[in-house]
Ligand binder design. Structure first.
Ligand code: PRX
Length: 647
């Protein structure tokens, strides 16, 4: 790996064997991005070729208009490598949490037959093209099977992360009106069984779900509702192992994935068939340099977009073998993830900065001696800004300064990676995501909409033709779609809600969100969502949640709560935590809950979260004259001070 003023480049040897190693790929694509994507799309199998590459009707757009495709045909029968070639090759390697339990390996052929059986079973339950199917499963092979079986039929999957609470699941099912939900009896987390079926049962109230399909995993005792509940095993075992692929229009809906927006209600991002398949395939292939003999491991759960695109569709479209791990990377031993990399000879490892910082803090370099993880060739990072120290640690201790490190920027909305370095080209610059992927036009604009010069921070936007996999809408909420993405700079510029700047070479560094979304250990939650959860507690008058920096998780929420005093302080604090667990789940619990008498507000009654943030960071508060109640500031300061001194 060559270094030049903190820019790293791939070694000559790496470059030579990389799929993409010539810089002119960027200029070529920039000449005509639509043509570029059309050329890429031709490598996939289409039942019918598209008529027009890109159709723009701001703020709406289409890709590969008139084309007909099914992503599963491109994974199986019509895989670009040829089905005969990959048929008996391992597709999915499943590593259970418990090391005593045996791993599972499913070949492309195994997986194909299994998804066909399940598609046929879903059909018998009445699932048709366009129907929404909820998936609430842990990291087990049936989760992959469920997603692909839906795609085979043209049913729209909506995966909900298994650590989300029943209430979160219910809200999503109500929004998308799924009539089938697929779940499991239970699963293992840090040695304990999580009773998933119980959560699913609680969520189904006031939804349109008619059938609950249950996968047997933990064999825990569960309640059963005759007529509604069916075992996955029972409905699939006698099914035909072939099911024809539904010919989908390129712009038909492929899946809905919910994500946090600036209010309490999650937004259902709509992704379509053609554009998503093209982007998932190309970004996986080029950014991870995926070749036939690679073993790819993306640690993301299928409940997130990274899980969809890089723990499922991307590697499968590329015909490689990939790992799915049920457990946590540091359980039962801190080097569990290293053992997995060694057990299977992982070549490409893709994870989030929170995990990297956790291992760095833990001093993991102690167990990463020269003999370990020798098979690694490429490292990836995703989901939140990676600071320079964590980047260097990952690059040096895990990659031994030999592996290109791709820091990949994207969003649930973009469906695939849009900004990153390419491993055979570079440069890899600590804390910088890099250049827009070939065929993507990204810009950084100031408040007036003018491009920012190098080093000046502004708003990151995407310019036409955007990206084939960019969301096409928010499910049943067109107003929100227009307001969130297409109003800041007009309806022809996609607003990402991220702040960023470029260096002189045009490499982009992502600074963070400009809205009230916070990334807690890479998980996306909005402060509005947390506030809504807390406010749902009867004793609470009002609250404000802000994100504060955290050494490992990047950011964590802190809550300022005004309550009616009817409970003891510790009791109300405990109940707030319980309330968030109930409404959202355990992914974003506040680090601190401050019980205050009042919140700083403007004369029009707007809560000044900025001041709360400054009080926590110790920054100068600036002018307080706009506040209607400046006297509350001193009181809050004391509460923060006393809570901190308590340890
Ligand atoms: O703020 C950016 C941050 O994560 C946001 C998107 O979150 P989500 O929809 O959960 O998708 C995460 C996985 C793609 C972005 O708006 N983000 C994502 N990747 C990076 C990042 N911030 C800095 N560097 C990244 N590589």
């Amino acid at each position: 790996m060559k270094e030049k003023e903190n820019f790293y480049y791939p070694s000559e040897e790496f470059k030579k064997r990389a799929l993409i190693n010539k810089k002119d790929v960027y200029a070529q694509a920039a000449k005509n991005p639509v043509k570029f994507w059309e050329k890429m799309a031709k490598e996939l199998f289409w039942f019918k070729k598209w008529k027009k590459g890109f159709v723009h009707n701001p703020p709406y757009f289409q890709w590969f208009s008139g084309g007909r495709i099914n992503i599963t045909s491109n994974i199986f029968e019509n895989n670009s490598l040829g089905f005969e070639r990959i048929k008996n090759k391992v597709a999915l390697i499943w590593e259970p949490e418990n090391e005593e339990e045996k791993e599972k390996k499913l070949t492309y052929y195994d997986l194909f037959r299994e998804i066909c059986r399940f598609s046929n079973a879903l059909k018998k339950l009445g699932v048709k093209k366009g129907d929404r199917v909820g998936i609430y499963l842990p990291m087990i092979p049936e989760a992959t099977v469920a997603m692909l079986a839906c795609a085979r039929l043209g049913a729209v999957h909506s995966v909900v992360f298994s650590a989300f609470s029943p209430r979160s699941l219910q809200v999503r099912l109500q929004d998308n009106e799924a009539k089938v939900l697929i779940t499991a009896d239970g699963y293992y987390r840090r040695g304990q069984i999580v009773d998933l079926k119980k959560n699913a049962d609680q969520a189904l109230d006031q939804t349109k779900v008619e059938k609950l399909i249950v996968v047997k995993r933990a064999k825990n005792k569960i309640a059963w509702q005759e007529g509604r509940d069916v075992w996955y095993e029972d409905i699939t075992k006698d099914e035909e192992d072939f099911c024809p692929a539904e010919e989908m229009d390129s712009e038909d809906m492929h899946f809905i994935l919910y994500t946090s927006g600036s209010t309490g209600k999650p937004k259902g991002c709509v992704h379509t068939c053609g554009g998503y398949a093209v982007q998932a395939y190309y970004t996986a292939k080029w950014i991870f340099d995926l070749k036939e003999d690679d073993i790819f491991w993306s640690t993301a759960d299928l409940g997130w977009i990274t899980g969809h695109t890089y723990s499922c569709y991307g590697p499968l479209l590329c015909g490689v073998s990939f790992i799915m791990f049920e457990g946590a990377p540091d359980f039962p031993v801190p080097d569990r993830w290293v053992r997995i990399i060694e057990k299977y000879g992982v070549t490409t490892f893709y994870t989030a900065p929170t995990a990297i910082r956790m291992f760095e803090q833990m001093g993991a370099e102690k167990f990463l001696n020269d003999k370990r993880m020798k098979t690694l060739q490429i490292l990836g990072s995703v989901g939140e800004p990676i600071d320079e120290a964590a980047w260097q640690w990952y690059f040096k201790e895990v990659g031994r300064e030999k592996c290109p490190l791709v820091d990949t920027w994207w969003q649930t909305e973009t469906g695939g990676i849009l900004i990153t370095a390419l491993p055979g080209i570079g440069p890899f610059k600590p804390a910088f995501a890099g250049l827009p992927f070939p065929g993507i036009k990204a810009e950084i604009l100031d408040e007036q909409g003018k491009p920012c010069p190098p080093d000046k921070q502004g708003n990151l936007v995407l310019l036409p033709p955007f990206s084939p996999s960019l969301l096409r809408g928010i499910y049943k909420n067109d107003e929100k779609y227009k307001e969130t993405y297409w109003s800041r700079y007009g309806d022809k510029i996609y607003f990402t809600s991220d702040s960023a700047y470029k260096d002189k070479e045009g490499l982009i560094r992502i600074v963070g969100r400009v809205d009230d979304v916070i990334k807690v250990a890479g998980h996306r939650v909005s402060t509005g969502e947390l506030e809504a959860a807390i406010n749902a507690h009867q004793e609470i008058t009002e609250c404000a949640v802000i994100g504060v920096a955290d050494k490992i998780k990047g950011e964590v929420p802190a809550a300022f709560v005004v309550y009616n005093g009817s409970l003891l302080p510790q009791d109300i604090k405990d109940q707030i935590i319980a309330q968030i667990k109930k409404e959202i789940g355990p992914i974003a619990l506040p680090k601190e809950v401050y019980l205050v008498k009042d919140l700083p507000k403007t004369r029009s009654g707007k809560i000044m979260r900025r001041i709360l943030k400054k009080l926590l960071t110790g920054e100068d508060l600036g002018d307080l004259s706009t506040l209607s109640n400046p006297e509350v500031v001193e009181g809050i300061k004391k509460i923060i001070g006393s809570d901190n001194s308590d340890g």
